[in-house]
Every structure is written in structure tokens, then in C-alpha cells.
Ligand binder design. Structure first.
Ligand code: ATP
Ligand code: MG
Length: 161
């Protein structure tokens, strides 16, 4: 039923502040069980990292994800979860080395959140939640959601409830 790359469900969220985006992230975090993959797209400053921060905080993970540093990937964990925050801003497919996806995908506690994910889209399973952040006037943002499989369907429904 879930074909390669086929969008199963769509949703649209609106937020008008950083706090509201973090509140959405907290609601989303409640639906996470481990094994989820989220691709976050959208222009610089759209709020992708704010959303990731909100998830890490809501899950009670140590440390706070930051945006584009020199590391392509950082791990935040506790007993229940391992959150991998990936940020591939400005990287091309041939510049991305093996980030260790095999090991992550085998770990049922792993959650993968990737900003600027296109260089790795072929290396991860199809079932992922795609979030497209759109800049609007002032602090307003719209977030388009698409789920590409049964696991990401559950995430989408939690966010759009
Ligand atoms: N509704 C909102 N949601 C999220 N962030 C907002 C909102 N309104 C204003 N902001 C501000 O916009 C900025 C978003 O920055 P953030 O680092 O999350 O962007 P990003 O999408 O990760 O960009 P990059 O592609 O550079 O990583 C922050 O400074 C935040 O305070
Ligand atoms: Mg960012």
C-alpha cells in the first residue's frame, strides 16, 4: 500500500511565534516511539532548528540542538531515546560520507531529524514525515506536512490533531 515516495497524507500547520512552534514540537514529541524519520525543509531562518530544539526539550534530552555548526550530525540521548539531529546545509550528495545510518536504523530508540536532507534522501527508508517550513509575514510560519508511510502517518496525525 505504501509505495516508494508516495505521499499518504498531507497536513498544514500555522504558527505565529517561536514558542508556538516549540509547543507544536512538544505535541509531536509525545507521538514519538523511536524509529521515526523526519525531513525538515525550508529556507534559512524558517524555524527548522527551533522545532528540533522543542522536540529535544520535550523528550527531556540533555543539551539543546543548535543550527549549522561544523558537525553534520549530533546525538542527544537518554534512556528511552537517541535523537540524531542532522544538518546538511550546502552539502551535495557526493560530499556526504557515511553517517552511520545502518546502525541508527537498527536501533529502535533512534529518531532521525534531518535539515537540508536531500543529499541523504536515498540512504534512508521511504517512511518519513516531510515538513516544509514556509516563511510568512513577521513571525508567522506555515508548515506543510506529508507522510510517506505508516510510521510517519502516526506522527502527522499527532501534529494535526
Ligand atoms: N513562528 C516561528 N517559529 C520558529 N521560529 C521563529 C518563528 N518566528 C520567529 N522565529 C525565529 O526565526 C528563527 C528560526 O531559526 P532556525 O534556526 O530555527 O531556522 P532554520 O530553519 O533552522 O534555519 P537554517 O536553515 O539556517 O538552519 C529564530 O531566530 C526564531 O526565533
Ligand atoms: Mg537550522
Amino acid at each position: 500500500m505504501y509505495q516508494n515516495g508516495k505521499v499518504m497524507k498531507k497536513g498544514l500547520l500555522k504558527t505565529s511565534s517561536c514558542e508556538q512552534t516549540q509547543a507544536l514540537a512538544a505535541r509531536f514529541a509525545k507521538s514519538l516511539r523511536g524509529g521515526e524519520i523526519v525531513f525538515l525543509r525550508g529556507p534559512i531562518g524558517a524555524g527548522k532548528t527551533v522545532f528540533v530544539k522543542g522536540i529535544a526539550k520535550a523528550l527531556g534530552l540533555k543539551g539543546s540542538p543548535t543550527s549549522a555548526s561544523f558537525s553534520l550530525m549530533k546525538e542527544y540521548k537518554n534512556k528511552k531515546f537517541r535523537l540524531f539531529h542532522i544538518d546538511l546545509f550546502r552539502l551535495e550528495e557526493n560530499e556526504v560520507f557515511n553517517l552511520g545510518f545502518e546502525e541508527m536504523l537498527e536501533d529502535e530508540k533512534a529518531i532521525i531529524l534531518a535539515e537540508w536532507p536531500d543529499p541523504i534522501r536515498h540512504l534512508l527508508p521511504q517512511d518519513r514525515l516531510e515538513m516544509n517550513f514556509i516563511l510568512k509575514e513577521g513571525d508567522n510560519r506555515e508548515i506543510e506536512l506529508s507522510s510517506l508511510g505508516p510510521v510517519s502517518d502516526i506522527c502527522l496525525e499527532a501534529l494535526c490533531r
